[in-house]
Design a protein. Structure first.
Lengths: 399, 399
């Protein structure tokens, strides 16, 4: 183990127990709940140890500064503390812990920034508590109105404004204008780096993606007495559509998932009257994504005619392609000698990319699994991530 | 409209509003809740108007007697008042209302029973409140231990003993021994009488049927970032199995339904780690049913190998064939000139059939739909049902 891997492990172990569910081994670090508030205290403490003043943007996002927060032309790095239910340890916190260690690396090397360096901790990136992913970055950039955010409620009926202790400030263009670039380091959520045999990559894009609700309606009836020929069973149309979505995505090199379903009345001895499935679809190009969703809808409608059911497709959300700043991604890939890859997941970097040059670094995940306790990264790869981030920050902020 | 159809409508309208949900048009008549208690009061009132004393069996089942309750060799008819959630008006109550009107028909014709005639109202036939169908008849016959029934709880944690006002009495062999035959009139739950173009049929059997739980396990993962080739998605295996169950049932002339599903974590952007589906399967013969379930299991296991998932089949309940008394069914069919058909649904008659000669009469349902607000029967067909039941009771009790 290198010294840096040892220092990574030491700092990592400070937060590893916080919010961990001993039963699943996963994390329950929902935004502004006790575990996440402890992590925010830990953030302030780490910043204080390094003499870095902490500001907040009035929306729940924290920034620790090396250099003058008011000077402008600052380089921002960081990520988020919050998790999905029973999520992994690395998704989010790795980017913050790595940022503190990268500052230490620069200082040990005697390198100082010529423009301000800011470490960010964004609030509610996963959307697991209040339902809107990237809530903090959307507020900061004005992509989400503060009145709307204030009224979002969690499963217990607590509003974001109540959890945060007041109404959020909303868009902060003058603060946003002080950042010249954002680099988010994140654990990889797939297996591309395993196959590339590399510990770190640079992301160049977030795939266009969205959620579509498919409402299948038929005729509720008695499972025991209704002849097969007399049925209008929407579960059949649903099942066919699940398989069609999988097939159509594979044919296009895209991603399609039906991971959520609701059934009425959802009784063992009742043919359902209604089945609702949610299609999560993503592809490298918008045209491919649109073609995929259209094909799934067409297959569902064709099967519905055979089943005597109806299907209604509703787009619930759609996010276009986020192309990270091409110049920045290429520059960082050349600097690090790292592969370049796209990702299918949304991130705060995707929100900020509309406002300033943005890039992401991915650290290899030996399980390829994410949003699960099985998510992982070796200390050696995490150290490689810190080294890469330190080089990037030196390149962007210290020259 | 015949006079009898008019008398049916008049009596029917007395109970039609009780427990009706104005939103769905269906009924919420759960056993021993306010609407069902009102229907039980109505039963006592109707019996009193006809000079019929009412006894209860200590299990929640009510009996109104024409003749001496202690005499023995009695003929029993009746059904139940309770409904499934948002169920139809006819499933259950039609058999009780028709029984009172059949008594009126016999009396108008000057016919009196030579052995006692009992009208029964069984408790919790649907199992919608305490989870065990035919709870009342199972208690009466000893098929269910009273200690076990006492401890069954509803969704609010109220036990059957609390709802019923004390521990149930359990098996009553001396009471059961006083019944020589049971005839349950019921709305048809399928379309056979539409095709037979007949208002009334005699049932000769209840198909063997059961419930099997299918647990599909895979690997929970991120829907956006996990490549299709790297997935172990149990939703795919579930979907394939739903379609296979439908196909295998059709090939065998059997019934298969997957109307209930549970997904973990059931999130739009997560490949599920686990999907559980419940298979309801029924067939005319035990061998067909067993072959169907084995075929569905084999298809599921084959697909699971392709999907990298696992499937576990667990039998949750299995009810063998109930053949109603062949002599009685044939005698009633000949008497009425009515078609004979089997049914796929369980009934109190199926429970009592193990203890005494039992038969069922079905009244045509023009929608073929049951366990749904769309369940229906015309007043004319209900009058035909009353006429048929009166002839059966005259044949069995008055000669």
């Amino acid at each position: 183990m290198t010294d840096l891997a040892g220092r990574f492990r030491q700092l990592w172990d400070e937060i590893a127990p916080i919010g961990r569910d001993p039963r699943s081994g996963g994390y329950l670090r929902y935004a502004l709940t006790e575990p996440e508030l402890r992590l925010r205290d830990w953030f302030r403490d780490q910043a204080a140890r390094r003499g870095m003043p902490v500001t907040d943007d009035g929306n729940g996002n924290l920034f620790a500064w090396w250099g003058d927060p008011e000077a402008g032309d600052a380089v921002l790095t960081g990520s988020h503390f919050d998790s999905v239910p029973h999520g992994g340890a690395y998704d989010g916190p790795l980017g913050i812990v790595s940022a503190f260690l990268a500052v230490d690396e620069l200082r040990t090397a005697g390198v100082a920034p010529v423009r301000p360096l800011a470490l960010g901790a964004f609030v509610e990136e996963e959307g697991a508590r209040f339902g809107v992913p990237c809530l903090g970055s959307r507020l900061l950039t004005g992509a989400l109105a503060p009145q709307r955010a204030a009224g979002l409620v969690d499963a217990d009926g607590v509003s974001f404004a109540e959890a945060w202790g007041g109404p959020p400030a909303g868009a902060r263009p003058e603060l946003l204008g002080r950042f010249a670039a954002f680099v988010e380091l994140h654990v990889e959520q797939g297996r591309a780096l395993i196959e590339a045999d590399a510990p770190v990559a640079v992301a160049d894009a977030i795939w266009p993606h969205g959620r579509w609700r498919l409402d299948f309606t038929g005729e509720g009836n008695h499972a025991g007495t209704t002849r097969m020929a007399d049925r209008r069973d929407p579960m059949l149309t649903y099942a066919f559509t699940v398989l069609a979505a999988n097939k159509e995505a594979r044919l296009r090199g895209a991603h399609a998932t039906v991971g959520r379903v609701a059934v009425e009345p959802n009784a063992t001895n009742a043919i359902p009257s209604k089945v609702t499935g949610w299609l999560d679809a993503r592809a490298a190009e918008q045209e491919t994504l649109s073609g995929l969703v259209e094909a799934v809808h067409a297959k569902a409608a064709e099967r519905a005619r055979r089943d005597g059911t109806d299907v209604l497709l509703t787009e619930e959300s759609a996010t276009p392609l986020v192309a990270f700043d091409g110049g920045l991604a290429g520059r960082l890939a050349a600097l690090l000698g790292a592969p370049v890859l796209p990702t299918g997941a949304g991130h705060d970097a995707g929100v900020l990319a509309a406002h300033l040059p943005t890039a992401m670094l991915f650290v290899r995940n030996p399980t390829g699994v994410s949003h699960s306790p099985a998510e992982s990264a070796t200390d050696a790869d995490c150290a490689a991530g810190v080294t890469a981030l330190a080089r990037v920050l030196e390149e962007l902020a210290c020259r």
